[in-house]
Design a protein around this ligand. Structure first.
Ligand code: HEM
Ligand code: SF4
Ligand code: SF4
Length: 531
């Protein structure tokens, strides 16, 4: 399973790199599948509401109203109908691609189970919304879908009276039953909306709107496709005859031919097995996982930075409980924490400029603590591999991005934003390397959602904690590289090493730092003197 997933991940990365070239990294559709799903949902809602203005809910009038809106009003209502259908179809494609991609990126284990498991009912509600929509046109396809669906539901035997009997003859199908079908087609998408809302509840700043440019491209593509190939309509339903040849929509109704061929028990068993397999996946194989972040109150001043930076809403602000003079403290919800370490990178106490024994911060990872990161950096900086050409480069790399060459001095971290900016300062000002290379996942999307964004803002001094101005930015390189971009990463590091070689020695920087520290201690002693 692991190697299958790794191959899938690398496959996605390759395709995404091609799409990067076509759309740019910010608009890469594969990095926005969740938000595209939301966008398509709203396209379906808006076009559906518009269609309803022209739709007649009576059994005999429904077909005529759809025919009229598709012919007489083709340029607005007919276009809406095709858009409604194509957006629903695209939603199925987007949903399954999103599912497979989350699987490939292993974003379903541990505390991420919530988003995964809440995604499963979404699949069925997308299908139910589509299936009930096909009934309403009341053409031959609608007749086929209505009869096949109700016969299948009747095999469960929990509805008392079989509902398929409503379709035995024209006089048995009442306007009331038809109105119930319309009601279902409105109620089911409303439940779907609620499920989609629940689905994103454990995600900070969930992306539910694609970038405007990407949304525009999708709408233009959908409108163009709708104008070129308008949604077809088949002959009117006739309950006295059995539909012989019908064109089905393979995306939403692809399983229907199977329903006729296979016993209903097998169909229901298949649906149940598929659902249970998906629901159980976060626990197969049993996930030991890294332990959640831990708070050390004696080093926490309740500044709230970790709360704001956590991508999974796993940290809450609580009233202070230890009698310290701060208003707040923080608490980690272990069921939500994915151990990405971003909070550790955000904490002002995560400073390596202390004696080794004191390297405890406000919020830390038990399995990859600040002290361990510090020790790994020292160890790697002393290894011969830190020498790239005639410069010394230390690479701090996210474990979800490009793998490094064994020859490069590399410290792997769960997320690049786990590295506090003061650690970069420490490496350069202490002369552990001439330059620091921070490597994250591909630019289009961070595995931990916000790691790239926070890293860039911290380096640009736009978000606390930021990299101090005394560190020359040309000595810090950021590279965003997906799992299949090892060569690109290597060439970036080589070019960086060559540039570092041209720069004045880092001794200058260290002198500046010494002056800074001297200034700071003079300031502290003069403040003490005032008291
Ligand atoms: C049309 C249906 C769906 C929509 C509209 C949708 C939407 C979204 C959105 C907006 C996000 C947040 C993305 C972000 O901000 O990073 C998300 C995350 C996620 N979705 Fe879906 N989703 C759908 C179906 C599914 C399905 C069927 C599954 C799997 C069974 C699934 C699994 C996940 C997972 C695991 C995440 C969390 C990723 C993480 O931890 O970073 N989704 N989805
Ligand atoms: S490690 Fe920190 S930032 Fe990451 S999920 Fe856990 S609490 Fe949130
Ligand atoms: S960032 Fe550090 S100091 Fe600030 S609230 Fe979180 S743990 Fe406390």
């Amino acid at each position: 399973m692991v190697s299958f997933r790794t191959s899938l991940r690398r496959g996605f990365d390759r395709v995404e790199r091609c799409l990067d070239l076509a759309f740019g990294t910010d608009w890469n559709p594969l990095a926005h599948l969740g938000s595209i799903g939301w966008f398509l949902f709203w396209v379906v809602v808006v076009t559906g509401v518009y269609l309803f203005i022209f739709f007649d809910t009576g059994v005999s009038a429904a077909y005529d109203s759809v025919r009229r809106l598709s012919t007489v009003h083709w340029w607005h209502a007919g276009l809406s109908r095709t858009l409604h259908r194509y957006a629903s179809d695209l939603m199925v494609v987007v949903m399954f691609t999103h599912l497979i991609r989350e699987f490939a990126m292993e974003r379903y284990h541990g505390p991420r189970w919530f988003s995964w498991v809440t995604g499963v009912p979404i699949i069925w509600f997308v299908y139910l919304s589509g299936i009930t929509g096909y009934w309403l046109i009341w053409d031959k396809l609608a007749q086929y879908v209505a009869i096949t669906t109700t016969e299948l539901v009747d095999t469960l035997g929990f509805l008392g009276q079989p509902i398929a009997r409503n379709f035995l003859s024209p006089d048995m199908l009442s306007n009331r039953f038809f109105t119930l079908m319309v009601f279902l087609h409105i109620a089911i998408p409303l439940i779907l909306l609620m499920l989609m809302w629940i689905h994103t509840q454990r995600i900070t700043e969930a992306r539910t709107h694609p970038p405007k440019g990407l949304a525009f491209i999708i709408i233009v593509a959908l409108v163009t496709a709708s104008l070129v190939i308008p949604a077809p309509m088949q002959a009117a339903a006739d309950l006295r005859t059995v539909p012989q040849s019908i064109n089905i929509d393979w995306l939403l109704l692809g399983l229907y031919p199977l329903v006729e061929m296979v016993p209903s028990g097998v169909i229901w068993g298949g649906i149940a097995a598929f659902t249970l397999l998906l629901i159980g996946m976060p626990w197969i194989p049993a996930n030991s996982g890294d332990r959640p972040a831990e708070v050390f109150l004696e080093h926490c001043n309740g500044c709230e930075r970790c709360v704001q930076d956590c991508p999974y809403e796993a940290i809450t602000l609580e009233p202070r409980s230890d009698g310290a003079h701060f208003r707040f403290e923080v608490a980690v919800n272990s069921r939500k924490c994915v151990a990405c370490g971003i909070c550790m990178g955000a904490c002002p106490s995560s400073s390596p400029f202390r004696r080794k024994g004191d390297l405890i911060t406000g919020i830390d990872l038990p399995d990859y603590s600040l002290a361990k990161l510090h020790d790994r950096i020292i160890e790697v900086s002393e290894s011969p591999s830190a020498q790239v050409g005639s410069s010394r480069v230390l690479t701090l790399a996210c474990s979800h991005g490009a793998g490094g060459q064994p020859a490069v001095a590399r410290v792997e971290v769960p997320c690049v934003a786990m590295v506090p900016p003061s650690m970069v300062d420490f490496i350069i000002s202490r002369g552990l390397a001439d330059g620091v290379c921070l490597v994250g996942c591909a630019a289009r999307e961070c595995h931990n959602r916000l790691g790239k964004k926070w890293t860039m803002l911290r380096l640009a001094q736009q978000r606390d904690p930021y990299l101090r101005a005394r560190i020359p930015r040309e000595r810090v390189l950021t590279v965003w590289a997906g799992p299949t971009e090892e060569n690109y990463l290597e060439s970036e590091i080589d070019a960086f090493a060559a540039r570092l070689n041209e720069m004045p020695g880092y001794e200058n920087v260290r002198q500046m730092v010494r002056k800074d520290i001297a200034k700071a201690s003079n300031f502290v002693s003069s403040e003490r003197g005032k008291k």
